[in-house]
Design a protein around this ligand. Structure first.
Ligand code: ZN
Length: 566
């Protein structure tokens, strides 16, 4: 049960290790000082060794991705995956089936992936699909920004009940973090409308997005949850929206963070929310303005939502935005409203190199990554599959590490990319340590997953070994980099070799991470009384049938916040 990764160049930024030649020992699934007895040896001489990848934002399980799978047979036909000696068959390019999702992440050296939007009523579906997604550890973020009870307690200004509800809902859905999507806008979508601005009115509630977001953020910190609020800002996809993004970040600067962290918000797939200009004809990059704000304020982190050219499937809890996208493209569209709590839409989309707006969008993601100075607060994602499928991560890594890779892509794009963004003027190239931060160390830290994203003693035995020599590689060799990160030489999950040279060789079940937080008994009693009454009046399910049963979870890790109820 023990294993040693021998002689590789280790990049473990959380432990201040930056490319030292050293051995990593794993015993009984955990990193140890030195393995006792006979250990299996993996020769990593001349290779790059990092903790297993940790994806902070992806759509891999539950209703939205499944709608994508259902509505896009063409996506299945494009990528049939035959069964292998250790794997099942599957299909899908932008909406891969569950098993394939686990395999493809493992092949790239990723071992933990967070599903970024779980509607509470659809929680069972998410957990069922987690169960069918092999190898990787998972967790899901529970949608709360347009929930009936959130709106009710925000309207009443009842912080105690809001906190009690959030804690209860995380437990009831076995969720890991608080997700907010277009606060108030999805509620207004019930009347075919959206909200205008942070101070727009939510129909029938007399509350504003600003009030919803700041109160949820404050409650999140008071509950001491491992992750900050995970925020999809208002006005997503609308030119000029970089202003509301900065305004939203500003509103959250006054929230008091839980002791031990400075952050109060993670802004998701920021590329879609860093657009300048007035319309899609003259849209330009607002990345510099957003990055400038982030550089000056420590309470914000963000992820990219990097665009990948080609066909993909967009899916988000932002129902009104998906309707707008359907109108813009004429592509097929599915709307999915979830009674009392959330909504979603799914629309196929093709990012085209010759399209000026798409070329600008491509540059915005990379500009954000390069202009934000602190890699601990900007993470690599494609908002799979919205910007593009997660299988394109190696290409994004190459763009970050090689200016030549960016230039070569830029030459194939509409010239708007050069004229309406500052990307061409940016010479920064990510170091190996920075790459390790934006793909595992930083994301694990932001999520509050203490045993992930590093290789210190006691960490989970999740390791990726890439066949690339960190001191001989040059940015001109960006194609080699893509290849190395696409097919990890070894992916080790919990001390077991799960992939070798990009081939899955074992398919253990991963763990589901969730937050188990308690509230004082008297407060919980008051909450349950209120829930019971409202459920009877408005829900189509009984309260007693609502929480996800424990047996849905299987293997899991319950995170108990230290700072409960202050
Ligand atoms: Zn997303």
């Amino acid at each position: 049960m023990s294993l040693v990764v021998k002689g590789g160049y280790v990049f473990d930024p959380l432990n201040n290790i930056h490319g030292e030649k050293m051995d990593v020992f794993i015993q009984d699934g955990k990193v140890v000082e030195e393995a006792s007895g006979e250990a299996r040896v993996i020769d990593a001489t001349g290779m790059l060794v990092m903790p297993g990848g940790v994806d902070i934002h992806s759509h891999i399980a539950g209703s939205k991705i499944n709608i994508g799978r259902l509505m896009r047979p063409e996506d299945h036909r494009r990528a049939p995956i035959p069964r292998g000696p250790h794997t099942r068959s599957g299909v899908g390019y932008s909406c891969p089936s569950t098993f394939v999702t686990g395999y493809k992440y493992a092949e790239m050296g990723y071992t933990t992936v967070m599903e970024a939007a779980m509607p509470p009523l659809g929680a069972r579906h998410v957990h069922e699909e987690f169960h069918d997604t092999p190898i990787i550890d998972t967790g899901a973020f529970t949608l709360m920004g347009n929930n009936y009870f959130t709106l009710k307690y925000v309207k009443e200004g009842d912080m105690e009940m809001l906190k009690a509800f959030m804690a209860w809902l995380l437990g009831a859905t076995k969720g890991f973090a608080v997700k907010i999507v277009n606060a108030g806008g999805v509620e207004n979508w019930k009347w075919g409308r959206n909200v205008s601005g942070l101070d727009g009115v939510v129909e029938g509630w007399d509350v504003t997005p600003r009030e919803i977001i700041t109160m949820l953020a404050q409650a999140n910190e008071e509950l001491g949850l491992p992750h900050t609020i995970h925020l999809h800002c208002n006005n997503l996809g609308m030119p000029g929206n970089y202003r509301i993004t900065i305004e939203t970040m500003g509103a959250l600067s006054k929230v008091r963070p839980v002791p031990g962290r400075r952050r109060t918000v993670h802004v998701v797939h920021c590329q879609f929310n860093a657009l300048a200009g007035d319309n899609w004809m003259n849209v330009r990059s607002g990345a510099q303005e957003v990055a400038e704000y982030v550089n000056r304020h420590k309470h914000v982190s963000l992820d990219l939502g990097q665009v990948i050219f080609g066909d993909t499937t967009t899916m988000t809890g932002d129902g009104p935005w998906q309707f707008a996208l359907h109108n813009m493209t004429g592509n097929k569209w599915v709307n999915s409203d979830v009674e009392m709590e959330a909504g979603a839409g799914v629309v196929p989309y093709e990012f085209k190199p010759g399209n000026p707006a798409n070329a600008v969008q491509w540059s915005i993601g990379l500009e954000l990554a390069l202009e934000v100075e602190d890699p601990w607060r900007v993470y690599m994602t494609t908002d799979h599959p919205n910007g593009g499928p997660f299988t394109s991560y190696p290409q994004v890594i190459a763009w970050l590490a090689s200016r030549q890779a960016r230039t070569e892509t830029m030459r194939t794009l509409h010239k708007a990319c050069l004229k309406r963004s500052g990307l061409a003027d940016n010479y920064r190239e990510y170091s190996w340590s920075e790459l390790a931060i934006v793909t595992r160390a930083g994301t694990a830290r932001a999520l509050g997953l203490d045993s992930k994203g590093h290789l210190g003693v006691g960490a989970d035995g999740d390791v990726s070994v890439y066949d690339i020599h960190p001191y001989k590689w040059r940015p001109s060799q960006h194609r080699e980099l893509v290849k190395a990160f696409r097919y990890a030489a070894y992916t080790i999950k919990g001390g077991e070799i799960v992939a070798k040279n990009g081939q899955v060789v074992a398919t253990p079940q991963g763990s589901v991470h969730w937050v188990d937080t308690r509230v004082p008994e008297d407060v919980e009693a008051r909450l349950l009384e209120d829930l019971e009454e409202e459920f009877k009046k408005y829900y189509t399910v009984k309260l007693s049938n609502y929480p996800v049963q424990d047996y849905y979870l299987g293997k899991n890790v319950a995170h108990k916040p230290k700072e409960v109820w202050r």
